[in-house]
Design a protein around this ligand. Structure first.
Ligand SMILES: CC(C)(COP(=O)(O)OP(=O)(O)OC[C@H]1O[C@@H](n2cnc3c(N)ncnc32)[C@H](O)[C@@H]1OP(=O)(O)O)[C@@H](O)C(=O)NCCC(=O)NCCS
Length: 175
């Protein structure tokens, strides 16, 4: 992994002109995934419309969006500020496995650190996300989340002692 990463990949914040490509890319990337709700692309638009798309980065190759990652505010039950959720993250199927996902995740986490974030949550495959410092925290999973896939990475604060929840739009969109 990573050694085949095209040198021409650039990671940058989304621009308005990218929105349709982000939507199509997300739909395409999640379509084959058995766990997908099928509306991940709509969640991104809903978060943006609600001013809750804190970080939205694209990976661009030859002027084309080939990857995207979203971060949104999360809610810690103990009232601790500065928690965020990672996702959705997508890489175009034809360029998966080249390290673009890694670039997006690492760039996003760096931006969270620059925002003095306390930490980040996600639901995802632990085999993939543990390499980025996320740990499964079944005990902190909000009700309704698949707790064995619920992962936390502390960035500034110590690991929280109470549930950290996703933005309500995650549930409105069915993801
Ligand atoms: C998940 C995703 C963003 C990763 O992007 P990527 O550019 O393919 O990932 P990278 O090249 O950085 O990393 C590749 C590694 O991740 C692994 N990997 C990718 N997706 C994985 C998944 N869903 N579960 C477990 N491992 C996964 C690959 O097997 C590979 O492993 P290796 O390093 O041991 O060879 C991309 O595969 C994708 O868009 N998948 C469909 C949408 C999706 O599942 N999004 C995440 C939902 S939690």
């Amino acid at each position: 992994m990573g050694s085949d990463l095209p040198a021409s990949i650039a990671i940058r914040p989304e621009q308005e002109v990218d929105r349709d490509q982000i939507h199509d890319l997300t739909k395409r990337a999640f379509a084959p995934m058995a766990f997908a709700a099928g509306d991940e692309q709509d969640l991104i638009n809903a978060l943006r419309d609600a001013d809750a798309l804190t970080i939205s980065l694209v990976a661009v190759q030859d002027g084309k969006v080939v990857g995207h990652i979203a971060f949104s505010p999360a809610n810690s039950a103990d009232g601790a500020p500065g928690w965020f959720a990672l996702g959705p993250v997508s890489v175009a199927p034809e360029v998966q496995g080249l390290g673009i996902g890694r670039l997006l995740i690492e760039a996003g986490l760096q931006r969270l650190i620059a925002l003095d974030a306390a930490g980040c949550i996600l639901t995802g495959n632990p085999v993939y996300y543990r390499r980025f410092g996320f740990v499964v925290r079944v005990d902190l999973a909000p009700p309704g989340e698949p707790s064995e896939y619920y992962m936390v990475r502390s960035l500034g604060d110590p690991t929280p002692s109470q549930v950290v929840s996703f933005h309500p739009l995650f549930h409105a969109a069915g993801t």
